[in-house]
Design a protein around this ligand. Structure first.
Ligand code: OXD
Ligand code: MN
Length: 588
């Protein structure tokens, strides 16, 4: 068996577990990652020598590399993702469930000898600021150098994590092997009751970087329920007014609905003196502070963003963030080794190398970059990174925003009447599916709190937990629903991107109770003139259409909500069905 010795830790629980897993997987070597710069260079050189990473144009993209994944392994696989609680009921109707014994048995068979001829990397990492009592330590064992290098960007990885763990046993045990990438042998299994994750057969970020969706959301949400906090699929940003007051906002949108763009927004010229700072672009851990407010920490340390749709027009701050020390996955490259994707620069290239490494010619019906191609970039590259990202207590949240990608029904912005109504709004959001997960793109599915694929336990209990939190949060954030994606005649009604600042300002003003609103059966909406539209080249009719509430559309929406609720049976909190009926009564 491979030697698992290290001088990085004497933690006997950890050493025993690594030994046991090495015995199972039979790697040729076990390498403990310390997170140092030397190690990064060494692993990168190794990955380049094996063709796992391809150096990019060193002048245009210093420190950047390209990875091409197996074409069958380009997104999260929700149908192969399992919550392995003791009972099916605990996982609930929206998760795939497998009994823990069955899952361990099946995966043990796959992991057995799976790392022969390969190296097992021991990747210690922290989700959340180093030293914070709210952070969690995880150890990922992986045979993928690409995963180890990505984890180094996405988390606080290395010796700091082992120091934080000390002699403790409370770490997340993550085991990952790329295997032969056969989709028939691909399983992403979570064992919330053991604080463990076993992932086999995929190298894709959401399936293989175990700190992100697996620990920070699925296991995190389970721990949150147990320990009285919330792990959410939310960006966190700070909005600074010209007077210097910063208001923090958390926002949940489903995958690939522009969370990174929103979190890195540049306010339009009209908003002179207003600034936006990024705390996080994907995940928020929310706890109640001693002051009764909700405080948010971003457990991540980098951005795993969707490349297409990120460009100088939509998100200049992201373009600056990915200018160096970034790993790109499945993007296209130009002749001189620069990255490229659709939306980037009006398609000025006659020839490219596509995401699969094949020659690509202008006019080809195939996309040059994969629609879910990604960048992995360090948060410290972000020019508008909040100075509070490493604050162990996080930042106080004044507003929570829920949103989805909806071409109809949902107006530009609404505010919930109270916490319970806000939880109803969040629990019933729907969104058109995107390329971030395998499956059909563009169909509306209910995606409560944008957590449908990420909730590690019964979603009925999750709704109850959200409602319960009200008792603890004496000074709760205000809750809002937004939709940037409404369409008429196939065209978006609202310009989106930086112009979303106009809506965000109303939200911030409402959070501080310094602007009025109009009551509708569905919630509070801005009164005419309250959203600053000056300098915006859209017609008043377009604004009307974007903000319109159509009673018939909403009656249909509430019917579909009812169908969605029914699957939870007794586990659906009565308060939520009551909210639905109240809404129906108000619409009548
Ligand atoms: C992501 C996702 O990668 O939500 O953040 O799929
Ligand atoms: Mn996400």
């Amino acid at each position: 068996m491979a030697n698992t010795a290290t001088n990085l830790t004497t933690n006997k629980h950890l050493l025993a577990w690594v030994g046991e897993m090495a015995e199972l997987c039979q790697p040729d070597a076990v390498v403990w990652c310390d997170g140092s710069e030397d190690e990064r260079k060494r692993l990168t050189e190794f990955a380049v020598s094996k063709g796992i990473l391809i150096p990019l144009n060193a002048e245009k993209h210093p420190g950047c590399y390209l990875h091409r994944s197996n074409p069958n392994d380009v997104a999260r696989v929700e149908h192969l993702t399992f919550i392995c609680t003791k009972t099916k009921e605990e996982a609930g109707p929206t998760n795939n469930w497998m009994a823990p014994d069955e899952a361990y048995g099946k995966l043990r068979g796959l992991f057995k000898g799976s790392m022969a001829g390969r190296t097992m990397y021991v990747v210690p990492y922290v989700m959340g600021p180093l030293g914070s009592q709210h952070s969690k330590v995880g150890i990922e064992l992986t045979d993928s150098v690409y995963v180890a290098l990505n984890m180094r960007i996405m988390t606080r990885m290395g010796k700091g994590a082992l120091d934080m763990l000390g002699d403790g046993n409370g770490f997340n045990r993550g085991l990952h092997c790329t295997g032969d990438l056969n989709p028939e042998r691909r399983y992403i299994c979570h064992f919330p009751q053991d604080n463990a994750i076993w992932s086999f057969g995929s190298g894709y970020g959401g399936n293989a970087l175990l700190g992100k969706k697996c620990l920070a959301l699925r296991i995190g949400s389970y721990l949150g329920k147990k320990e009285g906090w919330l792990a959410e699929h939310m960006l966190i940003l700070g909005v600074e007014s010209p007077e210097g007051q910063t208001t923090y906002v958390a926002a949940a949108f489903p995958s690939a609905c522009g969370k990174t763009n929103f979190a890195m927004m540049i306010p339009p010229k009209r908003f002179k003196g207003w600034k936006v700072y990024t705390v996080g672009d994907d995940i928020a851990w929310l706890r109640v502070g001693d002051d009764g407010r909700l405080w948010a920490v971003n457990p991540e340390n980098g951005y795993f963003g969707v490349a297409p749709g990120t460009d100088w027009a939509s998100n200049p701050n992201a373009m600056k963030t990915i200018a160096k020390d970034t790993l790109f996955t499945n993007v296209a490259v130009t002749k001189d080794g620069q990255v490229w994707w659709e939306s980037m620069d009006g398609n000025t290239h006659d020839e490219l190398t596509d995401w699969q490494g094949k020659p690509w010619k202008k006019g080809s019906p195939d996309k040059a970059a994969h629609p879910n191609s990604r960048f992995t970039a360090p948060a410290t590259n972000n020019p508008i990174l909040s100075r509070n990202v490493n604050d162990p207590e996080g930042v106080p949240i004044s507003a929570i925003i829920f949103g989805g990608r909806r071409s109809d029904t949902v107006p530009l912005v609404m505010q919930a009447f109270n916490w319970g109504h806000g939880v109803f709004m969040g629990a019933t959001i729907g969104s058109e599916t995107t390329a971030a997960a395998t499956g059909k793109v563009g169909v509306v599915r209910r995606d409560p709190m944008a957590m449908l694929p990420f909730c590690g336990y019964n979603m009925g209990d999750y709704f109850a937990h959200w409602l319960e939190m009200q008792k603890k949060v004496s000074n709760p954030p205000k809750i809002f629903l937004v939709n940037w994606f409404r369409k008429k005649d196939g065209k978006f009604l609202w310009p989106g991107y930086g112009e979303n600042m106009r809506v965000l300002k109303w939200i911030v003003d409402r959070a501080h109770v310094r602007v009025g609103a109009q009551e509708t059966p569905l919630g509070w909406v801005p009164k005419e003139g309250h959203i600053d539209l000056s300098g915006l080249s859209i017609s008043p009719e377009q604004v009307d259409a974007a903000t319109n509430i159509d009673v018939d559309e909403w009656k249909k929406e509430l019917e579909s909500t009812s169908e969605f609720f029914q699957q939870f049976g007794d586990r659906l909190p009565k308060a939520l069905e009551l909210q639905r009926q109240l809404l129906l009564a108000r619409l009548a």
